[in-house]
Design a protein around this ligand. Structure first.
Ligand code: ADP
Length: 320
């Protein structure tokens, strides 16, 4: 079956005081129906910009986004509004996303009103169904967002995002603002909804242990590019790219006998407006060689010892 989402050579730029920031600099991947892709990397590597660009909440400078076989890259506003029924987003800060003056029932049901789905009675029934789906009591509909805890507010935001039965959910740091004890409840809810509704997800998080729980595949980003992408278990177990290895060395291994040594990155994150030429990671790479300055490595299948080939962007890994 064709993928639900295909992103090809996507570029997003911001004009900042220090110069042009290539926040997303040639990203490509595909997402199968029902699949969850985790996107990880340090703050500022372009995860959020990528998530927003997929939904055209920020405009790409170049590249192509194909959703369910349709090129949506140049759809006009009206076309995009219609398409967005199928593509929803949940952000980190559930309070910012919920209008404090509205009752929860209005907040969750608003997308139904905007898209003129059903009548008042059927919308109220759908809101009740959605509240139940995310584990909130029926009387939540009559209350206001401030009466709820952070975790419950994120459930409200998820219920609203699911109102139109989207096929793609972009979850941008959906649990980062929550207490650790609440995080796993919301993660479990998302996994459960994914299984029940067949949702595809792009799951963005700087927290690797969160991403690990929900993702089928993982994409590791550095300075606007994917440096490695592959099956979650394989990337977590044996990251190939030197940046992925360093990033993942901070996460405890599920098997304590296979604990990895922590790899500390050298130096600072480069100025995103003036990234190093060649491989952008070379200034912090423990294994960099002169050839790493000469050209940027392509994201391509590379040979991995004792494992299937992996897509990684590193000159030091042999092409498979
Ligand atoms: P992440 O989600 O991985 O933290 P972002 O996508 O938020 O990364 O940011 C990527 C880069 O783009 C960073 O260098 C950030 O400072 C810059 N950036 C993000 N949003 C804007 C904006 N609205 N204007 C200018 N620069 C931005």
């Amino acid at each position: 079956m064709s993928p639900l989402l295909e992103v090809r050579d996507l570029h997003v730029r911001y004009e900042a005081r220090g110069g042009t920031i290539r926040a997303v600099d040639g990203v490509g991947f595909s997402l199968a129906r029902g699949e969850v892709l985790g996107v990880v990397g340090e703050s500022g590597c372009g995860k959020s910009t990528l998530g927003r660009a997929i939904l055209r909440l920020v405009e790409p400078a170049a590249g192509t986004i194909v959703f369910d076989g349709e090129d949506i890259t140049r759809l006009d506003r009206r076309g995009m509004v219609a398409r967005r029924r199928d593509m929803q987003v949940v952000f980190q800060d559930p309070f910012g996303a919920l209008n404090p003056r509205h009752r929860v029932g209005e907040i969750v049901g608003e997308p139904l009103v905007v898209h003129r789905v059903g009548d008042r009675a059927s919308r109220a029934a759908r809101v009740a169904e959605l509240l139940e789906l995310v584990g909130l009591p029926p009387d939540a509909a009559r209350r206001h967002p401030h009466e709820f805890s952070g975790g419950q507010r994120q459930r409200i935001a998820i219920a609203r995002a699911l109102a139109l039965e989207p096929r793609l959910l972009v979850a941008d740091e959906p649990v980062s603002a929550l207490d650790v004890s609440i995080q796993s409840q919301v993660i479990n809810l998302l996994s459960d909804l994914r299984a029940r509704l067949g949702l595809s997800m792009v799951f963005i998080s700087h927290d690797l242990s969160v991403v690990r729980h929900v993702s089928d595949r993982i994409a590791v980003m550095y300075l606007g590019r994917i440096v490695e992408i592959g099956a979650a278990a394989e990337v977590f177990d044996a990251p190939a790219h030197p940046y992925a290895r360093a990033l993942l060395s901070a996460v405890p291994h599920v098997d304590p006998s296979r604990r990895r040594d922590r790899i500390l990155l050298q130096g600072e994150m480069p100025d995103p407006a003036h990234p190093p030429g060649g491989c952008a990671f070379r200034t912090r790479c423990p294994a960099a060689e002169p050839r790493c300055a000469a050209s940027a490595p392509a994201l391509a299948a590379r040979r991995i010892a004792g494992a299937p080939p992996r897509e990684a962007a590193c000159h030091l890994l042999e092409a498979a």
